[in-house]
Design a protein around this ligand. Structure first.
Ligand code: SAH
Length: 341
């Protein structure tokens, strides 16, 4: 282990493995918290997450809305319904809207572009999380005004990726991320922690991959087995390992946006607060309405399925303030500090 004076971003693969396994957790979290405070201050940025379709062409073994799960009642919002959901989220104060869905090609280039244009008239930052598309789609969405794109690489263990994502290609996913970057989106990526067969060494490699890619945002969450998927009987990831991984991400990339993920809160009622104290600076409250919340079930134990957007906004706002943090008032994009430029 290098001594503490070495710049955090120079951590080697071996250093990272050490931090993930042997470093006392409370020490690691405190260090990530300090790095976050020094680089970004107390602000926590809120993103309103709209889960607008659970229809998906893919069959990812871990995911509750995989094509092969015939037990899911499928839905997709209408275009106007989606835009109105965004409008209500903006009305209750969100400055960033995240549109997430399965890979539902009903939302083709033209339809999606029109939706983006309409939401962008509301003076908000807009993030897309709708999976793999071709270059011309990414380009059209960017031209329509989308600012950011979230696409988790999930794992950099290529064999594991191919086992978990039948019919998909790791190389293709990597290319999608490169296209997104080239088009000038703020790039969000990330991984799941605790996938079956995933090793600590491979998680360390994932973190270095995200650093090399130069992500603007990194979402890290525990894998939670869904009972109606082929991985139902797997163990899943622990909150501690997910928090450790997130904390090391903060050491590697001091000024990026790191969300306290909803999956963390599904494992522990204070999971997101724990994450905010261990390097995170973003929360993505759900602003999906009504029955759709329950139907967008990537993993079991999803929180707040009976709440309204306003309840979620109020609840997380109070939690954030209770730990002495402030709610970011701007759009909360990635601002590179001088040292990382
Ligand atoms: N279809 C889009 C976005 C929706 S999935 C896409 O693939 O990018 C959003 C994220 O949820 C995935 O990237 C994955 O990391 C996470 N996820 C899916 N199933 C999960 C599970 N069982 N436990 C924890 N996270 C899961």
């Amino acid at each position: 282990m290098k001594n503490q004076c070495v710049h955090n971003s120079e951590l080697s693969h071996a250093d990272i493995v050490h931090l993930l396994t042997d470093e006392p957790a409370s020490q690691l979290y405190a260090r990530a918290d300090e790095v976050r405070q020094a680089a970004l201050g107390s602000d926590v940025h809120l993103r309103g997450l709209i889960e607008f379709s659970n229809i998906c062409r893919n069959d990812c073994l871990y995911c509750g809305i995989r094509r092969g799960n015939k037990g899911v009642k499928r839905y997709r919002m209408g275009d106007d319904e989606l835009v109105e959901t965004a409008r209500r989220a903006v009305e209750i104060g969100f400055k960033t809207i995240v549109l997430q869905s399965g890979e539902d090609m009903h939302f083709d280039q033209d339809r999606m572009s029109r939706i983006i244009e309409r939401i962008k008239q509301m003076d908000v930052a807009l993030t897309l999380s709708i999976g793999e598309r071709d270059y011309s789609d990414y380009e059209a969405f960017r031209n329509a005004g989308a600012d950011r794109y979230l696409l988790r690489i999930e794992t950099t263990d290529v064999d594991l990726y191919h086992r978990l994502n039948p019919g998909m290609s790791w190389q293709r996913r990597n290319e999608c991320l490169l296209m997104i970057k080239e088009l000038g989106y703020e790039v969000g990526s990330g991984i799941m922690v605790g996938l079956p067969g995933q090793t600590v060494e491979s998680i360390a490699g994932d973190l270095l991959y995200l650093k090399d890619l130069g992500v603007d945002m990194a979402g890290i969450g525990p894998f939670i087995p869904h009972p109606d998927t082929p991985l139902a009987n797997e163990q899943g990831g622990s909150l501690e390992m997910a928090l450790r991984t997130m904390a090391v991400m903060r050491l590697l990339l001091p000024d990026i946006n790191i969300p306290a993920t909803t999956a963390m809160e599904s494992l522990h009622p204070q999971g997101r607060i724990m994450a905010l104290k261990a390097g995170a600076n973003v929360v993505m409250p759900n602003v999906t309405e009504g029955e759709y919340r329950r139907l967008y079930e990537l993993y079991p134990g999803k929180i707040c399925v009976d709440d309204t957007p306003l309840q979620c906004r109020t609840c997380i706002g109070m939690k954030i303030q209770s730990i002495g943090r402030t709610i970011g008032q701007g759009k909360g994009g990635h601002i590179r500090s001088a040292s990382s430029a």
